[in-house]
Design a binder for this molecule. Structure first.
Ligand SMILES: Nc1ncnc2c1ncn2[C@@H]1O[C@H](COP(=O)(O)OP(=O)(O)OP(=O)(O)O)[C@@H](O)[C@H]1O
Ligand SMILES: [Mg+2]
Length: 270
């Protein structure tokens, strides 16, 4: 599959932030977007996920903006429908829901995704109440929980966190890991992470990087927005894009990230 970002112009409050961004991410590729503060990186992530505060401007422009999953333009779709189409949506500023455990949230999300993917496949069951209790999508609940626990282990997330209210008193690092846990548990073709590496200690960084590698191996296309080459040491990106003032000003392999780390963005700013 292919995620194509084509001539993406986006405005917020009447001000154009992205001036025609192009990017093509294929299944199993990891792309990194780097750029100075305020260059439009988070805007790009928000627009990909369909945040309602941003308008994608094609008005009066010759080339229309598009976000394509293979040939399907997902730009007109609402956030939930983009998720169904195969884009992973991380909670950017995750809200705490004290009564809902991480495991329950994962289970509910997984079931929604599964139901959306297989709308006609709901098999008639003898006892729907029992079936609901013992099945998650098409998986027995035990298998589902084991799958979640295995991913949690990869991320070095302690199991008791899974039974706590989602983000309720979670540390910064724990929140990032939960974000990655969702990406690992819920099926999707492409995932976007905005600064998933910020504020992580060395071990957490390594664990979250491992999550990205697992996604890559599964054939998921990953877009990571980052300020640091640090995370790119553990996950070598296939492509690095430099975003400055709403334009992609350079594209290269991982060595470009190294260059930025030593030389900064000066060369692009003048
Ligand atoms: N709601 C808004 N109203 C007005 N301006 C906004 C709004 N949201 C974003 N912007 C502006 O858009 C520009 C790009 O912001 P964005 O958050 O995308 O940058 P960024 O590259 O993610 O920066 P950082 O590295 O600091 O996270 C900034 O100048 C910001 O002030
Ligand atoms: Mg940002």
């Amino acid at each position: 599959m292919k995620l194509t970002i084509s001539h993406l112009r986006a405005s917020v409050e009447g001000k154009e932030i992205l001036h025609g961004v192009d990017m093509v991410i294929k299944s199993g590729e990891v792309h990194a977007v780097m750029g100075p503060n305020g260059s439009g990186k988070s805007t790009l992530a928000s627009v990909l996920l369909g945040h309602p505060a941003y308008t994608v401007g094609t008005k009066g422009k010759k080339i229309a903006s598009a976000i394509l999953l293979d040939k399907k333009n997902i730009l007109p779709l609402a956030t939930e429908d983009r998720a169904t189409a195969g884009l992973f949506l991380a909670f950017q500023s995750p809200i705490a829901i004290p009564g809902v455990t991480v495991m329950n949230l994962l289970r509910a999300s997984y079931e929604l995704r599964h139901a959306a993917k297989h709308p006609k496949k709901t098999e008639p069951v003898q006892n729907p109440v029992l079936a609901r209790r013992f099945q998650v999508g098409s998986m027995p609940i035990g298998d589902f929980m084991n799958m979640v626990k295995a991913h949690a282990k990869t991320l070095r997330l302690s199991e008791d966190l899974l039974n706590r209210g989602i983000h309720d008193g979670f540390s910064g690092g724990e929140r990032k890991k939960i974000e990655m846990l969702q990406a690992l548990v819920l099926p999707h073709e492409f995932a976007v992470f905005d600064e998933i590496d910020t504020g992580l200690d060395v071990d957490a960084l390594r664990a979250v990087s491992k999550g990205i590698s697992v996604l890559r191996k599964k054939g998921v296309g990953v877009l990571i927005i980052t300020h640091y080459q640090r995370i790119l040491r553990y996950v070598k990106p296939d492509v690095v894009h430099i975003l400055v003032a709403g334009n992609v000003v350079d594209t290269g392999d991982y060595t470009l990230a190294k260059k930025i780390e030593t030389k900064g963005y000066g060369a692009y700013l003048s």
